[in-house]
Design a protein around this ligand. Structure first.
Ligand code: DSN
Length: 466
């Protein structure tokens, strides 16, 4: 039997998907069908996924690097767009069948540009780390010098940590914070003069204060370096105008999309006034960074993530985002003040962002013990090293607390302060067993669990009730 192949789509002409006569798929019904199918066909996986959804519903998520995406953001991940292979960029793909994907990616690009006042946006990076790798490998050769904030002073792995490729392939030099935990711009300047880095990275994973991007740019200009601003943790505050924007100070800005943008797993690269400046090789800086995402460091993009980024960025542009961003900053301040009233020491003495860093040195607890005790009560934070910390990374002398999820649940400063009270109560009732495990007074655990359950029920995950 011979197979009759359809005629190939004429080059450059899109296949017409509008006149097939078939009814449009009902994506809402499809999502329900897909989940029911998973429930029937793979109970083991379905049960695990259900347990995770319940865990998120019933816990106070206070990990500063996390947030909660609207269900409409998550829905993008469950569509047939994930079946598409589409290397390249809109209008210039290496596979056919990408016209609709092109429109989706263009939508995400326009929304990213609009959210950050950017001249160009690259929406394909699989994560903030991938975005950083793409930028750094575009602007530097192996062995070139990179100047970034040390990991134990709040920097990120991809800012030159020896544990990351960025610390192995580049000559990474680290700047540190002052004894008060604040960025030391003069030290950055001195190190930049001494080491003449090709790229300076600013931005942090564990730094609760405002970053002066213009000062970093002055230093970069003085030594002829590119400036990369990684705003993964503060992107929402930047988009809402509650933290100064680096968009026209940095040569490139990166962010992950699942923290303060309340989006999917993924990253963005944004360019401001330098977008059309010449890059280090051929073409503009924007073109150089695009090539560095594809084909240099990534293959086909996750288009469901690109669609979900478009959805999340639409939310950032919407009427309620400014209030949410204000709430997450207000909540962090309330937590900081209340923890200080409980006698806790905070790195930098407070916060300008969504993040509070507790310094546990001088207390009876380490970060791992406090984290475990809190988790047993349904309060999720993460242990974190603090500047000058000498404990191992799995132990640490600090806790990092963030308000992205509390604010998304609609909790204001009063509720955030109540959460701080719960934290303090648990930590005061925790001791350390000889094997290093957390030992929490069971009556306190029971009481705090009940209060956590009550708060979670009163402030449900937004949009997750159906
Ligand atoms: N960058 C890591 C953090 O801040 O915890 C994960 O996104």
């Amino acid at each position: 039997m011979s197979l009759t192949l359809p005629a190939p789509t004429p080059g450059g002409l899109a296949a017409d998907t509008t006149d097939t006569g078939a009814a449009a798929m009902d994506l809402a019904a499809f999502a329900g069908h897909a989940a029911r199918r998973l429930r029937t066909d793979d109970t083991e996986l379905y049960d695990l996924l259900t347990r995770e959804a319940d865990r998120q519903r019933d816990t106070l998520m206070m990990v500063a690097a996390s947030s909660v995406a609207d269900p409409s953001v998550l829905a993008c991940g469950g569509t047939a767009l994930g079946n598409l292979t589409a290397e390249g960029f809109p209008g210039a793909r290496y596979h056919a069948g990408c016209d609709i994907a092109d429109d989706i990616e263009r939508l995400a690009i326009e929304r990213a540009k609009s959210a950050f006042g950017a001249q160009a946006a690259i929406v394909q990076p699989h994560s903030g780390s991938s975005a950083n790798l793409s930028v750094l490998t575009a602007l530097m050769e192996p062995g070139d010098t990179l100047l970034g904030l040390d990991l134990d002073c709040g920097g990120h792995l991809t800012h030159g940590s020896p544990a990351s490729l960025t610390g192995r392939y580049f000559n990474a030099v680290g700047y540190r914070v002052t004894d008060d935990g604040l960025l030391d711009y003069e030290q950055v300047r001195e190190l930049a003069r001494a080491h003449r880095p090709k790229v300076i990275v600013c931005g942090a994973s564990a730094y609760p204060r405002t970053i002066d991007f213009s000062r970093f740019r002055e230093i970069a200009d003085e030594v002829g370096a590119y400036l990369l601003a990684d705003i993964s943790h503060i992107a929402g505050l930047v988009a809402a105008g509650l933290h100064p924007s680096p968009i026209d100070h940095a040569h490139a800005v990166t962010t992950s999309t699942y923290k303060q943008l309340y989006g999917p797993r993924g990253g963005l690269i944004l360019l401001g006034r330098e977008a059309n400046a010449p890059g280090p090789h051929r073409g503009t800086l924007a073109a150089t960074l695009r090539r560095s995402v594809f084909p240099a460091t990534q293959g086909t993009p996750d288009l469901t993530s690109v669609a979900a980024k478009a959805r999340a960025l639409g939310f950032v542009a919407g009427p309620s985002f400014a209030a949410l961003a204000q709430r997450l900053a207000d909540d962090a301040r309330a937590i900081a003040e209340r923890l200080q009233q409980h006698g806790m020491r905070l790195v930098t003495g407070g916060t300008d962002t969504h993040m509070v860093l507790v310094d546990l040195r001088g207390t009876h607890l380490t970060g791992d013990v406090a984290e475990a005790a809190l988790e047993s009560c349904g309060i999720v934070v993460n242990r974190n090293r603090v500047p000058g910390d000498t404990t191992p990374v799995r132990v640490t002398s600090g806790l990092r607390i963030g308000t992205n999820s509390l604010a998304a649940r609609g909790m204001g400063p009063d509720q955030a302060a109540a959460c701080a009270d719960l934290l303090a109560r648990v930590m005061a009732a925790t001791s350390v067993a000889p094997d290093g495990a957390a030992v929490l007074d069971p009556t306190v655990r029971t009481a705090v669990r009940a209060e956590v359950a009550e708060l979670c029920a009163r402030y449900p995950l937004p949009g997750y009730r159906y």
